[in-house]
Design a protein around this ligand. Structure first.
Ligand SMILES: Nc1ncnc2c1ncn2[C@@H]1O[C@H](COP(=O)(O)OP(=O)(O)O)[C@@H](O)[C@H]1O
Ligand SMILES: [Mg+2]
Length: 357
């Protein structure tokens, strides 16, 4: 039997470039181990920070070293990150790839853009398609769909950059509305980022003003949410039309909230699998995770994150991540390991789910 050629697509034009390399290293290792070695041939494809696609030896080298490709100083200006047609890959360069495994986090990777390109290439790929990816990325669209699906969540308000940077100035009125509708503390977030970038927890009018201005510098769309005091639970989902939920995990940390530094500094956060919650709460989380997965039209994999307000017993959905961190120590593979599916089996299942679709 001939081996299936898997194009492992990693790196990418996002702030999560380095995490993507680490996820890809773990997946590459899994594709070459156990029974997978006889089933799959690995073809790594690296997307540089400037958007250039590289396969072959260069991609192999990045994967082996774990070090990103650094551009010469003068080429790292922000204008350089504007896509130019010449950066678009020529599909004929990748004709040998039978299934893509994109492991790109954040904007340009998890938001439907790469998924659109792979759809046009007419080659199956792991994970959600354009719709599920785009909806999962945009916190406003996601919350609207969750609400339509009857999933409980925090109160929120949509704000746009043009309202924040308005002329004539409606900014004070906007802040009045946020205070009246949501109160303090509240969270101000760019709608389309991830990794907690641009997110602020605010407790006063002046903090709110600064946070809105800051979030507007990242995105045209901003969401403001009522803050809750809650435990943070996460559930992994695997499958296509009949997705399964894993055991439930919990993240704990000492910082004020799960911010960028806490996420990416070793030892700042702890994972507990399974989470110490009642069966009733765990079942509620699993049921909501599957419902959320189906509501946004996710496929293959997703990690769904929750707030558990212990005082009231409420379980609120926070978000769905359609391409969750996939390093050896990430929550997603660890939740499956605790549910009886090893890392290499998980990678195999995901490729098979892509082919099946
Ligand atoms: N409404 C909220 N109430 C309480 N904590 C929140 C709220 N929204 C976000 N947080 C905190 O901020 C973190 C990051 O927010 P999240 O919406 O998950 O952004 P990201 O997509 O960047 O992970 C959460 O894990 C949580 O610690
Ligand atoms: Mg999050």
């Amino acid at each position: 039997m001939s081996k299936t050629r898997v194009g492992l697509l990693f790196g990418g034009r996002s702030g999560e470039h380095e995490v993507s390399i680490r996820s890809a290293q773990a997946i590459a290792k899994a594709l070459k181990s156990d029974q997978n070695a006889s089933k799959y041939e690995l073809l790594p494809v690296y997307i540089r920070k400037d958007g250039v696609w590289q396969k072959g030896e260069i991609a192999q080298k990045i994967l082996a070293s774990g070090e990103p490709f650094y551009l010469p100083e003068e080429k790292t200006t922000s204008t350089d990150l504007v896509p130019s047609p010449s950066l678009l890959p020529d599909p004929t360069n990748f004709a040998e790839i039978e299934v893509w495994f994109p492991i790109l986090h954040g904007p340009n990777g998890e938001d439907g853009t790469i998924q659109g390109l792979l759809t046009l290439m007419q080659v199956p790929f792991v994970g959600s398609g354009v719709l599920g990816s785009a909806v999962g990325m945009d916190k406003i669209a996601m919350k609207m769909i969750f609400s339509q699906a009857g999933l409980s969540q925090v109160k929120y308000k949509m704000v746009t950059r043009s309202q924040i940077w308005s002329n004539p100035c409606i900014f004070p009125k906007l802040c009045d509305e946020i205070e009246a509708e949501l109160g303090y503390p509240c969270f101000v977030k760019p709608a389309n980022l991830g990794s907690s970038v641009g997110i602020s927890k605010v407790r006063s009018r002046s903090e709110l003003e600064t946070a809105l201005d800051n979030a507007a510098s990242y995105d045209r769309r901003i969401i403001v949410e009522a803050g809750v005091e809650a435990r943070e639970l996460e559930c992994a989902v695997l499958g296509n039309d009949q997705p399964q939920a894993s055991v439930v995990g919990e993240i704990t940390f000492a910082s004020d909230f799960y911010d960028y530094e806490t996420k990416y500094t070793a030892g700042q956060a702890d994972l507990f699998i399974p989470a110490k919650v009642s069966d009733n709460i765990a079942n509620q989380v699993k049921e909501m995770a599957v419902k959320a997965f189906l509501a946004v039209d996710a496929a293959g994999l997703a990690r769904v994150d929750f707030f558990y307000v212990e005082k009231t017993g409420e379980v609120l959905i926070n978000e769905i991540n359609t391409l969750p961190g996939f390093t050896a120590t990430s929550m997603y593979p660890q939740l499956w390991a605790a549910s009886g599916i090893s890392f290499s089996e998980l990678v195999d299942r995901l490729v098979q789910l892509a082919l099946e679709r």
